[in-house]
Design a protein around this ligand. Structure first.
Ligand code: ATP
Ligand code: MG
Length: 246
């Protein structure tokens, strides 16, 4: 469907088209459609813009990613359908490895996601292996790549589910999530929660990393020290109630 640029819901409608195409192409799961819908609802409540607290989370995330020893970006079917190029670009400027991880187990879909990312300029994409797994989780998502998430100290997981966020944290990893719903378990369990749409947050993160690249280690550490995820989550909820009261 061709959506005219002048349509007041242009961005939201194009995102829907991309997710629907993702399902058609075998990249996104049907359940991913429902997850997207829940995200849309929270985006609406947040005013469909990057809020001030989300901006602070993006700054802390940029600092944490620049300080990481081994950084991995975990990609699922929704992220791959919505922002393949942006994710590929981010991985290149920060020297992060890309790894596919999906909830609804399917080798075929994992390979499709990998192909889709490579087509959109990703350099290399890792897949989970049955030989490596993280602890404290029993679903298909426990399998990881031995050279990727298994040994990573920082994992960036746009659009993560709560279970795995919690498991990754218990596996002593620092976890950065992008999650529109401040009440979800992933938002509550992550080390840094960016309460924003991945479509807006990822390009902003890339931009911030570019700016911070000249910062010293001490300066980056200071950015993280000054950050409080609990406070950010509270502010996101306050933003929502303010929008509702208006
Ligand atoms: P949890 O398991 O963490 O309690 P959940 O069950 O609500 O959360 P899932 O269904 O596992 O979450 O994943 C979907 C989550 O992704 C939703 O919370 C939704 O708000 C969020 N989401 C969907 N689309 C986007 C998007 N484009 N950007 C950011 N977040 C999104
Ligand atoms: Mg969930």
């Amino acid at each position: 469907m061709k959506i005219p640029k002048s349509h007041p819901r242009y961005l939201s409608l194009t995102a829907r088209e991309k997710i629907a195409k993702g399902v058609e192409d075998g990249i996104t799961s049907l359940a991913g459609l429902a997850a997207h819908g829940r995200g849309e609802a929270f985006d609406y409540l947040l005013g469909e813009k990057t809020t001030k607290p989300a901006g602070e989370s993006i700054e802390a995330a940029a600092a944490m990613m620049l300080l990481a020893k081994s950084l991995v970006i975990s990609v699922n079917g929704n992220t791959a359908a919505l922002i393949p190029e942006e994710i590929a670009e981010l991985s290149k400027i920060i020297n992060a490895r890309l790894e596919v991880n999906i909830f609804h187990s399917s080798k075929k879909r994992e390979i499709k996601i990998k192909g889709h990312l490579l087509k959109h300029n990703a350099k290399e994409v890792l897949l989970p292996k049955k030989s490596a797994k993280i602890r404290f989780i029993s679903s298909n998502r426990r399998y990881v790549n031995p050279g990727g998430i298994l040994k990573a100290d920082v994992v960036f997981v746009p659009l993560e589910d709560g279970d795995r966020t919690e498991a990754l944290v218990k596996n002593r990893k620092k976890v950065i999530v992008v999650e529109l719903n401040p009440l979800s378990r992933s938002a509550q369990k992550a080390t840094i929660t960016i309460c924003d749409n991945v479509i807006r947050a990822v390009p902003l993160l890339t931009k911030t990393i570019r700016q911070y690249k000249i910062y010293s280690k001490t300066r980056l550490q200071k950015v993280i020290k000054g950050y409080n995820n609990k406070k950010i989550l509270k502010e996101a909820l306050k933003n929502i109630s303010r929008n509702l009261a208006k």
